[in-house]
Design a protein around this ligand. Structure first.
Ligand SMILES: *Cc1c(COP(=O)(O)O)cnc(C)c1O
Length: 229
């Protein structure tokens, strides 16, 4: 597994996707999703210039945050139980997976204790899949409005994990929909809410996501190799 070569290739793909749709590559940040992979791989990626990493499981995040000596920027992208939010407190740059008020209230409570503000994204279940977390489209605006009232939670945008499609082109409508939802919310002018970030796109569809406006792409397999099933 040549992590440095993979990162070089992916950065080139990000650049060319940006160029093809007239965006600046500065608008897109790559998050290396390192779940299930050892801490040494994170260090190797960091040595190759990758600073942002995403984890999906709280216990694994805690172990790796201990084990990785480099000053990496952590993102949490997995399903989060409210009673585990405290383990992320002050240690992650962003939580991508806030999908209910009860969780946001607990994050608010925890970050208040350190007098900081948690940056969060609202996860939307665009495909309305029973197997996936995320708020439904119909509850989204109400949830964002409720989150806007929490002083220690800063809503930065939306995230989605669309249905799996073999052809990345088939995912495009879901990415486009997420962007439309963000634009709709921006028009509501909820106090303190600006939909600056769209976290969408994974290993096999991140170039399509960039064409549809992604600002954060979450890439695991294409950097670190296949995960065991
Ligand atoms: C695992 C994971 C990814 C990375 O998926 P790849 O297909 O390996 O790039 C991205 N986002 C979330 C939320 C994940 O859980």
């Amino acid at each position: 597994m040549d992590i440095a070569a993979n990162l070089t290739r992916i950065r080139a793909q990000i650049d060319s996707a940006c160029r093809s749709c007239g965006r600046s590559p500065d608008e897109v940040r790559l998050i290396a999703i390192s779940k299930v992979k050892p801490a040494a791989m994170i260090s190797a990626a960091f040595a190759a210039g990758q600073e942002r990493f995403g984890e999906s499981y709280v216990q694994e995040f805690r172990d790796k945050a201990e084990a990785v000596p480099e000053p990496v920027e952590w993102h949490f992208v997995g399903h989060l139980q409210s009673n585990k939010a405290k383990y992320l407190r002050g240690r992650v740059a962003m939580i991508h997976s806030v999908d209910r008020l009860s969780l946001a209230k607990e994050i608010d409570r925890q970050w208040r204790r350190i007098d900081e503000v948690a940056n969060v994204l609202v996860q939307v279940n665009i495909g309305e899949e029973a197997s996936k977390s995320g708020t439904g489209e119909d509850q989204l605006e109400t949830l964002v409005e409720q989150l806007a009232a929490l002083n220690h939670v800063n809503v930065c945008g939306l995230m989605t994990l669309p249905p799996w499609c073999d052809d990345p082109e088939d995912v495009r409508p879901y990415f486009r929909r997420l962007r439309q939802l963000a634009e709709q919310i921006d028009r509501r002018d909820f106090p303190g809410v600006a939909m600056a970030e769209l976290s969408m796109g994974m290993s096999h569809d991140f170039t399509v996501a960039i064409e549809e406006g992604a600002t954060l792409v979450r890439v695991g397999t294409a950097i670190f190799g296949e995960r065991p099933r």
